[in-house]
Write a protein that binds this ligand. Structure first.
Ligand SMILES: [Zn+2]
Length: 90
């Protein structure tokens, strides 16, 4: 087996910090087309209970992105609703 590439080493470090990363999916900046052509990206597993969706995100967004697109939307709505309840409280 060849030694780990710098990219694989980075992925390992990232996956320790962000356990929802799917190992082996990191992609370096490429010259190709697509949403992440100018960014390093990796696939994540949606952390919503029971959800098996995956999603490619820029590694720089890993701290914010924990859900698939659908659950990102539903979580945002839930949080907004919760915030409204707090502000109503006297
Ligand atoms: Zn999901």
């Amino acid at each position: 087996m060849a030694a780990k590439t710098a990219l694989e080493t980075d992925e390992l470090a990232l996956s320790k910090k962000y356990p929802h990363i799917i190992k082996g999916t990191i992609r370096d900046v490429s010259n190709g087309k697509g949403k992440f052509h100018h960014k390093r990206s990796v696939e994540i597993k949606c952390t919503f209970k029971g959800c098996k969706e995956t999603r490619r995100v820029a590694t720089s967004d890993l701290a914010q992105v924990k859900f698939c697109e659908e659950h990102t939307r539903s979580e945002r709505l839930r949080r907004r609703r919760a915030a409204r309840l707090v502000t109503v409280e006297v």
